[in-house]
Design a binder for this molecule. Structure first.
Ligand code: RP5
Length: 183
């Protein structure tokens, strides 16, 4: 019979209460300004849905550059496994964080200026070789969180299982909608 899957310390479902959940964050969600927070809400809902312990911060590449680099430098040592970084306009935050950490960084371009988020997207996506930074769609914090769960799922079986379940439910929901259209 197959070996039972060992419980891996850090999986969100092992934490009994919110305080403990937040004390051992696996994902750092950081943003250039508190004005980015509304865009991140959907992603934070996903992290909660998947029971992923996360922590929040504001680290501006331009207003708090030294603090941003400190946070990036210390994240891995604190047990963080994935960083989600949201920024708008001249969105240098995800790339700069990525330059200072060995962790996977997912950038969320925020639509913050008259350029409709295209400025943010291009600021994040065109990183130089050697400093990879994953980039999701403009304002799409949902996909940033789902990608973070997938990364965690590569080594925490519970998250991978939960992601498979999420995908099955999404598939079912679309098929039900199609069926209703034909009724
Ligand atoms: C960026 O500038 C932030 O990430 C935000 O999206 C944008 C505007 O910031 P605020 O002027 O609203 O603080 O650095």
């Amino acid at each position: 019979s197959p070996e039972p899957v060992p419980k891996i310390v850090g999986a969100g479902d092992q934490f009994e209460n919110r305080a403990e959940l937040e004390s051992k964050p696996l994902v750092l969600v950081t943003m250039g300004s508190d004005s980015d927070l509304p865009v991140l809400k959907a992603g934070l809902d996903i992290l909660r849905e998947f029971n992923v312990p996360y922590t929040l911060d504001i680290t501006s590449a331009h207003r708090t550059p030294k603090y941003m680099m400190k946070v990036a430098d210390e994240a891995a040592g604190k047990g963080i496994k994935v960083i989600i970084a949201a920024a708008g306009g001249a969105a240098h935050l995800p790339g700069m964080i990525s330059s200072e950490t060995p962790l996977p960084v997912i950038g969320v371009p925020v639509k913050a200026t008259h350029l409709d988020g295209l400025d943010s997207l291009l600021s994040i996506v065109q990183m130089p070789r050697g400093v990879p930074t994953a980039t999701v769609g403009i304002n799409n914090s949902t996909n940033a969180a789902l990608l973070a769960v997938r990364i965690l799922g590569a080594y925490v079986p519970e998250y991978q299982q939960a992601m498979k379940q999420y995908q099955l439910e999404m598939e079912e929901a679309v098929i039900v909608k199609g069926t209703k259209l034909r009724e």
